[in-house]
Design a protein around this ligand. Structure first.
Ligand code: KG4
Ligand code: ZN
Length: 353
């Protein structure tokens, strides 16, 4: 079965054709990220206007190799996301469903992120999924595909304030590293690690900055990242007051931010995997593209001597795209009449669509 996925929840206009939930036949992503770099964050109105500009050309490019009769169904993100952006994808998908006489499956963007793992491998249930995106941080237990029953996807915990991606983005802004913050902090941290190895009287020891690992000791599976951001603001202020805010201290702080965020994410995920005796750990969402997170998760599975398969999608499939939207729809094939489909900007990971 070939499904055309449509994803417009934020600043990416993405469409893809995926066969049987696993094989990407065509995958196109247009991003308005460059526009948002100028403002250091997303302005919803600008993102929505870009969605309108891009949606038809992106669909045309995606289905160029096929006639529409080769497509069996449509899948579209209905939430969560920015209402203006979501509306563009949802109304386009409904129109195509009506005109082409194809079934349409409404998709929860957060659960769908996890399906990037089915595009590269065949994860076994039960699984713990860590979904870390720009606006969400959730830890869920997956006993099977969610459409198989109400209890198949169980929410274990999530962030009480800022999401992990949001923390990367906000800290990057404080450091003057631009948007999106995750890749920028990761690149700066890597430079610091290299320069630290070379230096004899290393910058790291001259400015030993240690940031908190919020909630790392708590028994629950919740997270909190806003305190970390405040700690970074305070450190930057101190460095500026002492005329020590420079490239080296920026790199050093980036290194420590990345270590603090990934330490907490890894610790809680491994503890959940141990507790629920799962067969797989699935990383998902934009932050899952982080190299250090992937490395540390693998290392900790080894340290805990857990017989668990770690699944990590390649970085371009971690960030927003429509291939995982189509994959989710294949494994959770629940079409609705197009008239019943509506945007759900505030949808949670366990929210029904
Ligand atoms: O899943 P995603 O592409 O969009 C949302 O649904 O939010 O996630 C975007 C988030 C941003 O916060 C971005 O800074 C973060 O993912 N991100 C990363 C990396 N690449 C993207 N964070 C850390 N390291 C990365 N390499
Ligand atoms: Zn996303």
């Amino acid at each position: 079965m070939r499904i055309l996925g449509i994803e417009t929840s934020c600043d990416e206009t993405a469409t893809a054709v995926v066969e049987d939930g696993t094989k990407i036949l065509s995958n196109v992503v247009a991003s308005s990220q460059e526009l948002h770099q100028k403002t250091g964050g997303i302005i919803p109105e600008i993102a929505a206007r870009e969605q309108i500009r891009c949606i038809i050309p992106v669909i045309e490019e995606t289905i160029k190799p096929f006639s529409h009769s080769a497509i069996d169904a449509l899948a579209v993100t209905v939430g969560p996301g920015l209402i203006g952006s979501l509306l563009v994808g949802v109304e386009t998908a409904k129109t195509l469903s009506y005109v082409w006489h194809k079934p349409i499956i409404p998709v929860n963007h957060l659960v769908a992120h996890i399906y990037a793992n089915w595009l590269e491998s065949k994860p076994e249930f039960p699984a713990i999924a860590l979904v870390v995106s720009g606006g969400h941080t959730d830890l869920v237990l997956m006993k099977n595909h969610p459409s198989k029953g109400r209890d198949k996807l169980r929410w274990l915990g999530g962030t009480r304030d800022d999401a992990a991606g949001e923390c990367f983005d906000k800290c990057a802004r404080v450091l003057g590293l631009g948007y999106p913050g995750g890749p920028a902090i990761s690149a700066a941290a890597e430079k610091f690690t290299i320069s630290n190895c070379k230096a004899t009287s290393s910058a790291y020891f001259q400015f030993p900055i240690k940031l908190p690992r919020p909630m790392i000791e708590t028994e629950d599976f919740d997270f909190s990242f806003s305190g970390l951001k405040t700690a970074v603001i305070n450190e930057v202020k101190k460095l500026k007051d002492n005329q020590q805010f420079n490239n080296i201290t920026i790199q050093q702080l980036s290194f420590e931010i990345q270590e603090a965020i990934t330490d907490v994410l890894v610790e809680k995920t491994i503890r959940a995997a141990e507790k629920f005796k799962v067969k797989s750990i699935l990383l998902a969402g934009g932050v899952a593209a982080n190299k250090r997170l992937r490395e540390k998760m693998k290392l900790e599975i080894g340290n805990w001597k857990l017989e668990i398969d770690l699944h990590v999608p390649p970085p371009p499939l971690c960030t927003d795209n429509a291939a995982y939207i189509a994959s989710f729809a294949f494994f959770n094939f629940k079409p609705l009449p197009w008239k019943k489909i509506k945007v759900e900007p505030g949808l949670t990971i366990t929210g029904e669509v």
